[in-house]
Design a binder for this molecule. Structure first.
Ligand SMILES: Nc1ncnc2c1ncn2[C@@H]1O[C@H](COP(=O)(O)OP(=O)(O)OP(=O)(O)O)[C@@H](O)[C@H]1O
Length: 262
């Protein structure tokens, strides 16, 4: 890999005739954990989708998104397919729904290990067991089908599958939005540990400033498709300079007064 895990320059995304992302610049260095926050409709998901080579049909991107030196903007679907799972992987709010309902989850975690890393069946199964244990799932989980697991356990399986890809950058779009607060907190703690151990960089899209402070070291605030403020999480949240950031911090404080930096 050459260059940082992610380097976005002057990214513009037009979708449905609307400018969803309007000149975003963002560099995520090796092992850095960036949060992307902003009001609804600000362009967070479109930025994350462009980064994960997963823009919806009809969306048109210009500018540059370099993943470990590979340009995604204007690249063919072949290039996009190649970087997904080798340079970047996405965990979304509904990633668990992407699991096949009839296939034991161990085989689903093992699949990228076999496909991308060429491991044999036994070795891949052993690695999948390790990964499921690493994300805090009990022994025997590998044999379960998704319906036998809770929502939080299924999101952990999705995280294990993402870690199996051994990428430099994980993009997570509201990975805990569908979980209750306790389960969400545990999953975020797990995400934090897993990324630290592997030195994987993160781009986390979230509405939840508690999640942001739990996992990220840096934050970028996006409004109307533009980044309006960025910096270390504690600095930005304790002294927000832009009115959009102030509104997000005030709203979060009114809900959970004690969990944000003073
Ligand atoms: N598939 C689509 N077709 C047309 N317009 C879209 C599509 N997806 C998003 N948009 C528009 O692009 C803009 C940015 O959307 P995006 O989903 O990136 O916002 P967001 O910041 O993630 O919002 P939220 O926090 O509500 O998920 C919005 O104006 C939205 O209406």
């Amino acid at each position: 890999m050459t260059g940082p895990p992610l380097e976005i320059r002057d990214l513009r995304v037009v979708v449905g005739g609307q400018v969803a992302v309007d000149g975003v610049d963002l560099v995520v260095g090796a092992g850095e954990r960036w949060g992307l926050i902003g009001p609804s409709g600000a362009g967070k998901t479109m930025t994350a989708s462009a980064t994960a080579a997963l823009l919806p049909p009809g969306a048109h991107a210009t500018g540059s998104v370099l993943l470990g030196g590979t340009e995604l903007v204007g690249a063919t679907e072949d290039v996009h397919r190649r970087v997904r799972g080798s340079a970047v992987t996405l965990v979304a709010q509904d990633s668990a729904t992407a699991l096949h309902p009839l296939v034991p989850v161990g085989r689903q975690v093992a699949a990228p290990l076999r496909r991308r890393h060429g491991l044999g069946r036994r070795e891949a199964a052993r690695r999948a067991d390790d990964l499921l244990a690493d994300v805090g799932l009990p022994d025997g989980t590998a044999r379960c089908r998704p319906a036998q697991l809770s929502g939080g356990q299924r999101q952990r399986v999705a995280l294990a599958a993402a870690l199996a890809c051994d990428v430099a950058l994980l993009v997570a779009d509201e990975p805990t939005a569908a979980l209750d607060p306790t389960v969400a907190r545990d999953l975020l703690a797990q995400l934090d540990r897993s990324l630290r151990e592997r030195r994987i960089a993160l781009l986390l899209v979230t509405h939840d400033l508690t999640a942001l402070t739990a996992v990220c070291d840096h934050v970028a605030v996006i409004d109307h498709g533009r980044i309006v403020e960025r910096g270390p999480v504690r600095e930005v949240l304790s002294a927000p300079a832009h009115e959009c950031t102030r509104a997000l911090v005030d709203a979060a404080r009114s809900l959970v007064p004690s969990t944000l930096p003073a």
